[in-house]
Design a protein around this ligand. Structure first.
Ligand SMILES: CC(C)(COP(=O)(O)OP(=O)(O)OC[C@H]1O[C@@H](n2cnc3c(N)ncnc32)[C@H](O)[C@@H]1OP(=O)(O)O)[C@@H](O)C(=O)NCCC(=O)NCCS
Length: 307
């Protein structure tokens, strides 16, 4: 194989590959497919990540045929490089393509002095667990993926703190960046600017203010035919997380968004079960390099991905 950077011409072949790779991996193990509908839906990854940091994906291509064997997106940010989505075409599983792509991203990060690479990895997927673990990644936090059906008329629950939550504006950007740096040791202003400016039309971002007006947390969400997700976000307290999740769920009336909550926050988890949430998967925050333990609640997701 040869490795090269992604180009705009790869848009549909990469989307096909992500769709086939992820669905095949789950279906081969007797689980339901992740992506329904047309493979062009998974252009979402290229479109979003290209809009934020163009060209940041590695392609593995067959020297013999020129066909794409695998793709790995990476996200250079102020404090780290985020990694995801990583996909190998099922025709090339277990032939070293994933390892070669990962090695290329590690070399990118190390050669530029980034102190960490972070990603959100499925705890059900021993293939990717082994791939990352043998390359020096350490699982730092465990999350449960929940889905919750929001009726068309909205959730019939009282959401405490709902009045302290509002849409984020660009004026909030410095406070958002400072909060995530304090709570998670991560800084990625461009991701939050993207959520607030919403150039592709399917992202949103809410903030939760404390009694004195200071920022207690924020949470994004995306509604796209490829998937409905809450996140990314960080919160100081369970109360702020509950208020923000309640607000973002309300944007998904008639849909069943998926969101990740840390397993070690029983108050938050209990509230989500009370609202009707069900478990659907488990994920790890995987970090290679520097890691600051979370001082609050991290709510990661897959668009925009970081751990
Ligand atoms: C996960 C995925 C990217 C792995 O890609 P791949 O090209 O098949 O992986 P590789 O052949 O490069 O194998 C990577 C390493 O993991 C090892 N490995 C793979 N499965 C393993 C297992 N079950 N137990 C132990 N080691 C395993 C391989 O031996 C290899 O190690 P080596 O380089 O020391 O030999 C691929 O299965 C895929 O695209 N899955 C669907 C999408 C997905 O799940 N993405 C990851 C989301 S977190």
């Amino acid at each position: 194989m040869r490795l090269r950077s992604i180009s705009p011409d790869d848009r549909f072949e990469v989307a096909d590959l992500i769709h086939a790779s992820v669905n095949a991996w789950y279906q081969l193990r007797g689980m339901p497919r992740i992506f329904n509908g047309d493979p062009s839906l998974t252009t979402i990854f290229q479109d979003v990540y290209h809009a934020i940091t163009p060209g940041c994906a590695m392609i593995a291509e067959s020297e013999a045929t020129g066909r794409i064997m695998g793709v790995c997106f990476y996200h250079p940010r102020q404090t780290h490089v985020g990694l995801g989505i990583m996909s190998v075409h099922p025709n090339y599983f277990r032939q070293g393509v994933g390892r070669a792509l990962l090695q290329a991203v590690i070399e990118f990060a190390d050669s530029r002095g980034y102190p960490a690479i972070r990603l959100t990895q499925s705890a059900l997927n021993l293939d990717s667990f082994s791939l990352y673990n043998t390359a020096g990644f350490v699982p730092r936090c465990a999350y449960q993926d929940l889905f919750l059906h929001v009726p068309p008329e909205g959730l019939a629950v009282t959401i405490p703190g709902r009045d302290r939550v509002r849409d984020a504006t660009l004026d909030d950007l410095p406070a958002l960046v400072a909060l995530e740096l304090e709570l998670s040791g991560v800084s990625r202003e461009e991701d939050y600017r993207f959520c607030i400016e919403n150039p592709l039309g399917f992202m949103s971002l809410s903030v939760c203010e404390g009694p004195s007006g200071c920022l207690e947390g924020f949470l994004g969400s995306s509604s796209h035919p490829a998937g409905n997700l809450l996140g990314p976000g960080v919160c100081r307290t369970d109360d702020a997380a509950i208020a923000l999740i309640g607000r973002e769920l309300d944007r998904h009336r008639g849909r069943s968004p998926v969101f990740l909550v840390p397993m070690d926050r029983p108050t938050l988890v209990r509230k989500m079960y009370d609202w009707g949430a069900k478990n659907c998967e488990l994920h790890f925050c995987q970090v290679r390099g520097n890691f600051q333990p979370f001082k609050g609640i991290n709510l990661p997701t897959f668009v925009l991905e970081t751990a």
